[in-house]
Design a protein. Sequence first.
Length: 76
Amino acid sequence: MCASALTQLQAICGDFGLAVGVRDVDEAAATEPALRAEFGDRLPVVLLNGREHSYFDVDEARLRADLTRLAVRPTN
């Protein structure tokens, strides 16, 4: 499931000129047990700006809408 989600995310984020960051929760568990406790039962998890956006499946329509909204947000 993680590999499939990564492929989807790379395509979606590529359309917005964004790179996808990946964290292996199992690998990080030794040094960051809270990460495993928080996300371990619902992987893969998609985070957007550090907040949980979706899990198990990539919600493509919602992610595209949110990325579009973020891309046009004015900066002050």
